[in-house]
Design a protein around this ligand. Structure first.
Ligand code: DG2
Length: 274
């Protein structure tokens, strides 16, 4: 197996002993990726390629000899299906899958459903990059006139959350995502890891970026240049104080991973090159 070294500020520092491992991964490709629309809290399923990616991740982790103890997902089907397919490929279907809205994708507000390439044509590629990747830029909120408002907020899954429906986000920056995710990381996921459990988080492009920013100590400026491919497990090794002991590793074929990252970046361009 080949490993890709991702340079992150905190992980370049002094040598420390690894005590814990955790996997973070973005789900397999979603159905709307092909249409290049901001999906966010719309509950699209995996594309055919996304199903293959999730199974391939499971095979990769199985071949590497990993035994998972618990998988955390968002409340969105593409994240849950990725967990199921991965566990099936690992022949570890019995492993508990725990769902939380706090791992949901960043709420893209009024941008939900819009086509990224059309946005780049109308507003410029740099503006679209800022909307997609900046740390503290909040987007215009979704309101009741939005075509997906009722589909999202009338969904029964959002009556199961630890906040009321009214208090769920209507738009988020990456900073907001980290703020709603961190209490769950600290209060629910970290205790499992401390109990010696091997945890995999099957999240989304931006909920995973928020978590990686926190764990790897990535600066507000540098996080703009972090884009995650779909269906690629990221191995993070942490010391007893939950600080990274080495750069995070994106597992799999390194050329394919680079191509997958470029494909996601290109979604925000007027013309796609991949
Ligand atoms: O909301 C979406 O469409 C994508 C992220 O979009 P970008 O931030 O890459 O534009 O999230 P995911 O496919 O990981 O659930």
């Amino acid at each position: 197996m080949m490993f890709f070294t991702f340079v992150a500020a905190a992980a370049r520092q002094s040598f420390r002993m690894s005590k814990y491992k955790v996997f973070v991964m973005r789900h397999g490709e979603g159905a709307w990726t092909k249409e290049n629309r901001f999906c966010s809290w719309v509950d699209q399923r995996l594309s055919e390629d996304g199903v293959k990616e999730a199974l391939a991740c499971g095979h990769l982790l199985k071949e590497a000899g990993y035994h998972l103890d618990v998988v955390f997902t968002s409340l969105l089907s593409r994240s849950i299906h990725t967990a199921w397919l991965l566990l099936e490929a690992m022949e570890q279907e019995w492993v508990p899958v725990v769902r939380t809205w706090r791992l949901n994708e960043r709420h893209y507000g009024a941008l939900i459903g819009l086509n990224r390439a059309e946005m780049a044509l109308n507003h410029g590629e740099e503006q679209v990059k800022q909307w997609r990747r900046s740390y503290d830029l909040t987007l215009p909120p979704i309101d009741e006139s939005h075509p997906y408002f009722l589909e999202i907020y009338n969904d029964r899954r959002y009556s199961t959350c630890d906040v009321s429906k009214e208090d769920l986000p209507k738009s988020e920056s990456l900073k907001d995502v980290l703020e709603r995710l961190q209490p769950y990381w600290d209060g629910t996921i970290v205790p499992e890891i401390k109990r010696g459990k091997l945890v995999l988080i099957s999240g989304h492009g931006n909920s995973c970026r928020a978590l990686l920013k926190h764990l790897e100590g990535i600066s507000d400026a540098d996080i703009v240049n972090v884009t995650l491919p779909t269906g690629t497990p990221i191995l993070i090794e942490l010391d007893e104080n939950f600080r990274p002991t080495k750069p995070m590793q994106l597992l799999g074929d390194q050329e394919a991973i680079q191509a997958a990252i470029r494909k996601v970046e290109d979604q925000g361009k007027v013309k796609q090159t991949t």
